[in-house]
Design a binder for this molecule. Structure first.
Ligand code: HEM
Length: 146
């Protein structure tokens, strides 16, 4: 009797643990990253690195404070939407907003390196880091001009 109860308890515990593991792995990347505040912090860190980088800063000169606030908000909304969060993106397409900036392959590589630095700075687990990088890499052909 005692043995049967023990077995049932063990099976129930295994089911609960397995169930919660499955539901965690199905959570959106947005939630796994830590939600809106985490995405905003990642965006600020990344944009800060772009602006401070001697090869990237030229893209951001002559931008008013107000324009920077709007661009920042659009980038947060874009990442929030792409990671499965509750935001809508109302900015321009990636192609329209970067067309004419003449972002080259080598600019892209510098920016990608800075993004990896940002993600490492936040100590993201490898899985989330790779998923996030994957989302960004999808935009490359719209951003880089040959
Ligand atoms: C080499 C890398 C990049 C550079 C130099 C760059 C530069 C810029 C600049 C200068 C703007 C402002 C354009 C304007 O308002 O006239 C902008 C806007 C924007 N960028 Fe990038 N960008 C880069 C990569 C990315 C990536 C990887 C993403 C996201 C995956 C991204 C998302 C956006 C968004 C959402 C906007 C705002 C669009 C809008 O306001 O309608 N950018 N970028």
């Amino acid at each position: 009797m005692k043995n049967t109860f023990g077995k049932s308890l063990f099976i129930a515990l295994v089911c609960i643990l397995a169930g919660s593991a499955v539901s965690r792995s199905q959570e959106s990347l947005y939630k796994r990253l830590g939600g809106y505040d985490a995405i905003a912090a990642v965006t600020d860190d990344f944009v800060g690195r772009l602006i401070m980088n001697k090869d990237m800063s030229r893209f951001f000169t002559g931008t008013s404070d107000d324009s920077r606030i709007r661009i920042r908000q659009h980038i947060i909304d874009f990442f929030c939407m792409k990671t499965g969060g509750p935001c809508g993106y109302t900015g321009r397409s990636m192609k329209d907003s970067h067309k004419g900036l003449k972002i080259s392959e080598s600019d892209w590589n510098i920016a990608a390196g800075l993004l990896v630095e940002t993600l490492d700075n936040f100590k993201l687990p490898e899985k989330e880091k790779n998923e996030f990088l994957g989302l960004v890499i999808e935009t490359k052909s719209d951003i880089v001009e040959n």
